[in-house]
Design a protein around this ligand. Structure first.
Ligand SMILES: Cc1cc2nc3c(=O)[nH]c(=O)nc-3n(C[C@H](O)[C@H](O)[C@H](O)COP(=O)(O)OP(=O)(O)OC[C@H]3O[C@@H](n4cnc5c(N)ncnc54)[C@H](O)[C@@H]3O)c2cc1C
Ligand SMILES: NC(=O)c1ccc[n+]([C@@H]2O[C@H](COP(=O)([O-])OP(=O)(O)OC[C@H]3O[C@@H](n4cnc5c(N)ncnc54)[C@H](OP(=O)(O)O)[C@@H]3O)[C@@H](O)[C@H]2O)c1
Length: 506
């Protein structure tokens, strides 16, 4: 029996737990996995990142739920590595530890005005509309008429869409009620998404991009010169990308369509033409512009952008031509980064834990016994939810090779073909925890006590059991019924969440 702690209950942590149980069975051993999270709620960015209007993606939580309820897996919520427990506590209590704490910090732009009121990291805005307990539900009053979203990745697309979409369409989603009300009162008429390079270099994916053109009442505008692959790219990089990358080709079809459509701002004006559309809101995609300053005295009033280009030698840079964009709200969506975990090696340039196939590497470049890493903390903040599945399987293969003698030679079937050791659907440790009542704590399995229980009790930390998390879920569905809104509505703020989790303490 191996005792493993997985720190982080996002997709990486839960795919790791799943792979541990399934791969261990395939090599003839059994495991008990404690999945720790600093929050009282599981699922990481599936719950606090995936946009509320993307219900089918959010339903991945139903799959991850089965992992939490499977035999040998236990949820240990409300335990913060670095605050409630230390790396050494985990290493003494478990045979192995897998760090899967993701990448929750925003990258900085490093320009003047970045910290003016009205300039926020997209991380903050996403946390707000997703009801993250770290963010006050009253944090955003959307009183800006013009918003600039910096960056052209999928997160930028999410925040631009949430701002441009008719809030009536969010009624049946899980956004907290104060957020829905703030969006209903929003004055936003213009949303600008700003890419520092060209449309071919943009990071968004075609399905997500096309969805912008399907929003009722929203005109999508692209300036014709910025959609022209040759206008600001003298080295032909964009043309090559179109030839070699299907995603880029798909993106260019959508972008060229918007640039060429009547009343869509076609015509190449750099002053933002395109008022010919009939929508209540306008979403303009801009390219080859980099932000150099966020303007304003008491609060944001605009943005200075410099025209960029790729010269004949392939070098990217500014041209010295500037324009000013009016905006009362700036959302910086330029990527996420991981934060170091106390005592755990960290590559502060790449912002990942240095590793070889998931084995954490010490300062001498050698693997540290019993320490592994998965997900965004392992490879950086890229890739979709599914990417974390094969990534976790790789980490678990390394772990079992190291800890189960002789398992290195055993062929493990492909991750998707592996089965849980007991019949599918059987009530497992997590589910047993669900019936074990509020006192279950870290011993949520109901029978075996977590190896961490004594340490936590000694520090006065009461971990959140699976049963207690289910109370939060139940309160969310009760609130949805009360408000006449969809299947569930997130509780507004940390106090409401903890009261639902532990009514006896409130
Ligand atoms: C805004 C946004 C929207 C996205 N939308 C989609 C989408 O629609 N479709 C898609 O396929 N992909 C989407 N992604 C990508 C996807 O969410 C990631 O690939 C995935 O969540 C990464 O998984 P992870 O487990 O590494 O990190 P996370 O999901 O961030 O999970 C990390 C977990 O660790 C916990 N944690 C952090 N620090 C500690 C600590 N010190 N102690 C204990 N616990 C800790 C956190 O609370 C969290 O639960 C989106 C990403 C973002 C940022
Ligand atoms: N629906 C979905 O599937 C979905 C939804 C959300 C997120 N995700 C995934 O989550 C991951 C993270 O997404 P993300 O959007 O945060 O990151 P991302 O895809 O890396 O995009 C970041 C954007 O910020 C720009 N940028 C970086 N630094 C900048 C600077 N200093 N000035 C101006 N622009 C700058 C980048 O431009 P350059 O390219 O020029 O650097 C890029 O356009 C991605 O893998 C994404 O696909 C998926």
């Amino acid at each position: 029996m191996l005792n493993v702690a997985v720190v982080g209950s996002g997709p990486a942590g839960l795919y790791t737990a799943e792979a541990l149980v399934k791969q261990a069975a395939a090599v003839g051993t059994s495991v008990q996995v404690d999945v720790l999270d600093r929050l009282p709620t599981p699922y990481g960015l599936v719950r606090y990142g995936v946009a509320p209007d993307h219900k089918s993606i959010k339903s991945i939580a139903q799959y991850l739920r089965k992992v939490l309820e499977s035999p040998g897996v236990r949820f240990v919520g409300g335990v913060h590595l670095g605050e409630d427990i230390a790396r050494e506590d985990l290493l003494s209590a478990y045979d192995a530890v897998v760090y899967a704490t993701g990448a929750m910090r925003d990258r900085r732009l490093g320009i003047n005005g970045e910290d003016l009121p009205g300039s926020y990291a997209a991380t903050d805005f996403v946390n707000w509309y997703c009801g993250h307990p770290d963010v006050d539900p009253g944090r955003f009053v959307v009183d800006a008429e013009s918003v600039a979203v910096i960056g052209v990745g999928n997160v930028a697309v999410d925040v631009a869409r949430i701002l441009a979409r008719d809030p009536a369409e969010l009624h049946a989603t899980d956004v907290p009620q104060p957020v829905l009300e703030a969006l209903q009162a929003s004055k936003v008429r213009e949303v600008h998404m700003i890419g520092r390079r060209g449309p071919a270099q943009a990071k968004f994916t075609t399905k997500e991009l096309r969805e912008l053109g399907e929003l009722p009442g929203v005109d999508v505008v692209v300036h014709a010169d910025e959609a022209d692959l040759n206008a600001f790219d003298l080295a032909g990089e964009g043309v090559k990308l179109v030839e070699s990358d299907r995603r880029v080709r798909g993106n260019m079809v959508a972008i060229s369509g918007w640039a060429g459509s009547a009343g869509s701002g076609a015509g190449g004006s750099s002053g933002g033409s395109g008022a010919g559309g009939s929508g209540a809101r306008r979403l303009t995609l801009r390219f080859w512009l980099r932000p150099v300053e966020i303007l304003g005295t008491d609060r944001v009033s605009g943005l200075t952008l410099e025209r960029t280009r790729i010269d004949g030698s392939g070098a990217f840079g500014g041209t010295g031509e500037y324009e000013t964009l009016d905006a009362q709200l700036v959302l910086r969506s330029v990527g996420y980064q991981s934060v170091p975990l106390p005592g755990v090696p960290f590559d502060s340039r790449a912002c990942v834990v240095p590793n070889a196939a998931g084995r954490v590497l010490g300062p001498d470049g050698e693997p540290l016994p019993g320490e592994y890493v998965a997900g965004w903390l392992k490879r950086g903040p890229t890739g979709v939810i599914g990417t974390n599945k094969s990534d976790a399987a790789e980490t678990v293969r390394s772990l079992l090779e190291d800890l189960v003698p002789g398992s290195g030679g055993v062929a493990v079937p492909r991750a998707g073909l592996l089965k849980y050791p007991e019949a599918e659907g059987a009530a497992g440790a997590g589910a047993a925890g669900a019936t074990a009542g509020a006192g279950a704590g870290a011993a949520g399995a109901g029978d075996v006590e977590s190896p961490l229980a004594a340490v936590l009790a000694g520090r006065g930390v009461r971990p959140v059991s699976y049963a207690e998390w289910l109370r939060i879920e139940a309160a969310e569905s009760d609130l949805a019924k009360e408000l006449g809104r969809g299947e569930r509505v997130k509780l507004p703020g940390s106090i409401a969440i903890w009261s639902a989790c532990r009514p006896e303490d409130s």
